[in-house]
Write a protein that binds this ligand. Structure first.
Ligand code: URP
Ligand code: ZN
Ligand code: ZN
Length: 465
């Protein structure tokens, strides 16, 4: 099966060229000057005219939580519904977090996540491993995870009693990561201090969703980020700060990077567009925006955009972790600590970041780099993913930069009953999406299928040598 995508503006992390892209089976066969294949007797089965459109590598969302257990419930997207929504939004690879329950092994956790995802995904997927129980056996198992294509390990400085690891435990895991070439991904918030602020808020009768933001101040993200960086420096472990939201944390990352340390960071669209004011929405509406780290005051946003331009923020992921307002977020009426933490977003990352291009915050090349090329390299998937080049998987998005759409729960495909961006009109839309050569979405029609997506065994971080 051959597909020709004709005359589009082919984007990469270094710029743009007008070119034709020939897909043969599951991979890209050629990227040529426009019309060059016409005289060469190359038979094609399907053609797309991409004149006036961008042709870009499929998005890689390196931070999702499908069917994630949290606070007695589960995030509302299954691997099936979540990857379908991802495909609608031009994301053709997700990297989801397998969650080690305390007392269980990493390998049984990995088996469990494979069972959830196998046969269900519309696009390709990989896993990170959440390490919540550091002990000799777990540390040893980190080696087996790397061998099984899971080369990154998330740890938590937040959520004492649940996922939290002490500095000593983090140090041990980082030592191991340094030995085996793994990456430690860190949720950097000072959970011990936060718990004190939370207890005081509840004792004073401050129980509404806005208090989620008040009790997790940006300084405690900055402090935890600095501490994680210091622990990584002592151990020589690569460090990837997940869902960075605060200027204080960004400064710490920038300083470490200036000194040459292997420290990387991602931010998420919610921190670029939404703010703590959303947590104050009436009628418990703020619960829709409860995620950790919390949404910040708006003045952090220009710093985050600058970090994206300077590469101190290398990746934009979604931290997609949807909980329905009804029945799930509502568990926290009267006590904000019982609101499941997380927000939906996997479907709109590429569109939302495109607004940064429209507004002049980032270049087209940087958009592609942060949404696709860098996550591919950061998590050992390049050049199979993250680039339009011969031999790469034919994960391709034809993007109409002039289309307009209004984001709404009425029209989105995520399995959640609200949108964090309800009513926001954005410029640009994915017109056609290919996953390994198969058309998954085309002009408003879904052609994908559960089970098309394959598990990706990832290499080590490709920025380390
Ligand atoms: O609130 C969030 N971010 N929920 C998902 C879990 C995590 O910490 O990434
Ligand atoms: Zn986290
Ligand atoms: Zn997360």
């Amino acid at each position: 099966m051959r597909t020709l995508i004709r005359g589009g503006t082919v984007l990469s992390s270094t710029g743009a060229v007008t070119a034709d892209v020939l897909v043969d089976g599951e991979t890209i066969a050629a990227v040529t000057a426009p019309g060059m294949l016409a005289g060469q007797n190359v038979e094609v089965d399907t053609e797309f005219d991409a004149t006036g459109k961008y042709v870009m590598p499929g998005g890689i969302d390196a931070h999702t939580h499908m069917e994630m257990p949290f606070g007695g419930t589960f995030s509302a997207d299954t691997f099936e519904t979540g990857t379908r929504a991802a495909a609608w939004g031009g994301t053709t690879t997700i990297i989801d977090f397998a969650v080690q329950p305390k007392g269980s092994s990493l390998l049984s956790t990995l088996d469990n996540w494979h069972e959830k995802a196998d046969g269900d995904c519309a696009v390709d997927y990989g896993f990170h491993m959440i390490v919540s129980d550091v002990n000799d056996a777990t540390l040893k198992e980190m080696e087996s995870c790397v061998a099984a294509g899971v080369s990154s390990f998330k740890m938590f400085m937040a959520y004492p009693g649940v996922f939290y690891s002490t500095d000593g435990e983090i140090l041990r895991a980082m030592n191991k990561a340094a030995d085996i070439g793994g990456t430690i991904a860190m949720h950097a918030e000072n959970g011990i201090a936060i718990d004190e602020l939370v207890a005081r808020a509840l004792a004073e009768g401050r129980s509404e969703p806005y208090q989620h933001g008040v009790t997790r101040p940006p300084e405690l993200e900055g402090e935890a980020t600095s501490r994680a960086i210091t622990l990584a420096k002592v151990t020589g472990s690569p460090l990837y700060i997940v869902h960075l939201s605060a200027a204080q944390a960004l400064s710490a990352v920038a300083e470490a990077r200036d000194e040459g340390q292997n420290v990387f960071a991602e931010t998420c669209p919610q921190y670029l567009y939404l703010s703590i004011e959303d947590l104050g929405k009436p009628d418990f509406g703020g619960a829709k925006y409860v995620a950790s780290p919390p949404l910040r005051e708006k003045h952090h946003q220009p710093d985050l955009w600058r970090g994206l331009r300077t590469n101190d923020l290398s990746v934009v992921s979604t931290d997609h972790c949807p909980f329905c307002f009804k029945d799930q977020k509502e568990l926290g009426r009267g006590d904000f600590t019982k609101i499941p933490n997380g927000m939906p977003g996997v479907e709109h990352r590429i569109d939302l970041l495109h607004q940064g291009v429209v507004a002049g915050e980032i270049s087209l090349a940087r958009w592609v780099e942060a949404c696709s090329t860098t996550p591919a390299r950061m998590f050992g998937l390049y050049p199979r993913k993250g680039v339009i080049a011969p031999g790469a998987d034919a994960d391709i998005v034809v993007y109409d930069p002039a289309a307009e759409q209004t984001i709404s729960a009425e029209t989105h495909h995520m399995n959640v009953d609200y949108s964090a961006y309800e009513g926001m009109t954005v410029t640009g839309r994915c017109e056609t999406v290919l996953s390994r050569g198969s058309v998954v979405v085309d002009r408003g029609t879904y052609h994908g299928r559960a089970g098309h997506g394959r598990f990706l065994e990832r290499d080590l971080c490709q920025y380390l040598n």
